[in-house]
Design a binder for this molecule. Structure first.
Ligand SMILES: O=C[C@H](O)[C@H](O)[C@H](O)COP(=O)(O)O
Length: 225
């Protein structure tokens, strides 16, 4: 297993230690979250009793394959804990997420969770957000106009493609990936973007993570809010 994969696995295993029988658990999306979901599947086979709320159709399929009982968000009065990956995190525990296009449902799960644990390999750590392009989910009807506006703002939007077609999210929307390298006031960027009609959500997860568990070499480091 490559070092990065090993770090992801260590972080995933450490996060699963917070999961107790009876909990409703938000299940993130992506390669790191998948390792956590696999571990939950293994522990469920050994008697752990939890219910999962998936953050994407990919995660739903994986969880079903692993025999993890699922409920929909509206049936969960509360989510005890959500465990999810990230594309970047900074020293203030602010995140960019959505590399896999699941940011909207992920943010909704995180918002409705008592505790949010982010799991990451050490390469996800950055001094300041913006090396990773910021994913923004847009309604198709508005996307062309939003692109023009974001271009004028210097954010160089790129409409995400997959297999030669526009990438479509689980909610039927598009993703624009933005270059935010030169932006210094990230909270202001978030507010500005959220005020544009047709932008449904951004991949900025500000003040959302309670813990970040980072795989570093052969061990893990837990950052706490
Ligand atoms: O939309 C995808 C999610 O935000 C993922 O959590 C994020 O892209 C990190 O994925 P990975 O663990 O594969 O790097």
């Amino acid at each position: 297993m490559a070092d990065i994969d090993h770090e992801k696995k260590l972080a995933a295993l450490e996060a699963v230690k917070y999961v107790k029988s009876g909990m409703k658990v938000g299940l993130g999306t992506g390669s790191t979250a998948n390792l956590m979901i696999q571990e939950l599947g293994r522990q469920i086979a050994e008697g752990l009793r939890i219910t999962g709320i998936p953050s994407s159709e990919k995660t739903r399929k994986l969880a079903i394959d692993l025999g993890i009982p699922l409920i929909s968000l509206e049936k969960a009065d509360r989510i005890d804990l959500t465990i999810d990956g990230t594309d970047e995190f900074d020293p203030y525990m602010q995140l960019i997420k959505g590399g896999g296009g699941a940011l909207l449902r992920e943010k909704i799960l995180a918002y409705n969770s008592d505790l949010v644990i982010i799991i990451a390999d050490s390469q996800k750590q950055v001094k300041r957000l913006g090396t990773f392009k910021l994913p923004v989910e847009t309604i198709p009807f508005a996307t062309y106009k939003i692109e023009i506006l974001l271009n004028k703002m210097g954010l160089q939007p790129k409409l995400r493609q997959k297999d030669g077609e526009h990438f479509i999210t689980d909610e039927g929307n598009y993703i624009l990936d933005l270059n935010i390298k030169t932006i210094t006031n990230i909270p202001l960027l978030e507010t500005t973007l959220k005020q544009i009609p047709g932008i449904v959500e951004t991949g900025l997860f500000l003040d959302i993570a309670d813990f970040i568990i980072v795989g570093k070499g052969k061990s893990t480091l837990t950052l706490k809010k």
